[in-house]
Design a protein around this ligand. Sequence first.
Ligand SMILES: *[C@@H]1O[C@H](CO)[C@@H](O)[C@H](O)[C@H]1NC(C)=O
Ligand SMILES: *[C@@H]1O[C@H](CO)[C@@H](O)[C@H](O)[C@H]1NC(C)=O
Ligand SMILES: *[C@@H]1O[C@H](CO)[C@@H](O)[C@H](O)[C@H]1NC(C)=O
Ligand SMILES: *[C@@H]1O[C@H](CO)[C@@H](O)[C@H](O)[C@H]1NC(C)=O
Length: 247
Amino acid sequence: MASSSSSLPMPLLVAFLLLAASLVVAKPSAGPLNITAILVNATRHRTFARLLRETQVDLQVDKELGEDDTGNTFTVLAPSDAAFLGLRSGALNSLAQQDQVELVLYHLLPHYYSLPMFVTASNPVRTQASGNHGTYTLNITTDSDMRVNVSTGVVRTPIAGSLFDDGEKLAVYTLEKVLLPYDLFGPRSPASSPPTGKAPSAQSAADVAPAAGENRAAAAWLRGGWKNLMTAFVALAIAINCFASIN
Ligand SMILES: *[C@@H]1O[C@H](CO)[C@@H](O)[C@H](O)[C@H]1NC(C)=O
Ligand SMILES: *[C@@H]1O[C@H](CO)[C@@H](O)[C@H](O)[C@H]1NC(C)=O
Ligand SMILES: *[C@@H]1O[C@H](CO)[C@@H](O)[C@H](O)[C@H]1NC(C)=O
Ligand SMILES: *[C@@H]1O[C@H](CO)[C@@H](O)[C@H](O)[C@H]1NC(C)=O
């Protein structure tokens, strides 16, 4: 009765906080999977992290990974910052907004592959960009040493390392090249001919897509954007509250 939590010895309190902090850092998979956090943590993948955020693809991935009932799993092939620097200058900016979304979605496979599981991939492999507007597939080859090559028909590059693998839902690998889709960068693709019209940048990708006859599947996939943003804000508010009450 006489002793209260306010008289908790300082060293014990500090130890407790340190323990709590170390648990948060050591077990990322205990919380919700956060693709942005994983990529930012990887430090060499800021450009790809930014593209995921700008296209709101990150919110959609985290949402689908967070919903246990969907059973959705992903493999992310994340180009390094050096890979983006290696692109022909203007290669990204010359793409219409919707095509930039396709490019990002092209680096996501709607299936979890651990490194050994790539042997089971059957070519051509569908990506998150595969849909009405184009095939957006890629080919995956492996050898007995578990080396994996990814080929788009324009670019071929090995998987250079593993950034994250929770063993069931999400694997993130690093590439030293950006995967340029054949649909966009092949010989007779839109990006290799003069642009006919640019998607209005003020509109969201979801609004532009059906009118422009773009990939509806990807647009539908992105449509949850605002709802997810609200959820993230609420989560942030709750987190701030928790912190405030601890201190
Ligand atoms: C995911 O991580 C990023 C970067 O650390 C952070 O800005 C964002 O709020 C996180 N999202 C969620 C839903 O926790
Ligand atoms: C961030 O990096 C640290 C150290 O490499 C690692 O232990 C931790 O699991 C990483 N967090 C995420 C969210 O990937
Ligand atoms: C990957 O590509 C390199 C060169 O492009 C080639 O030498 C190697 O045999 C390929 N490996 C696999 C597993 O396809
Ligand atoms: C991908 O694999 C399919 C099926 O094996 C093949 O028909 C196609 O030519 C390959 N494409 C590339 C770019 O390697």
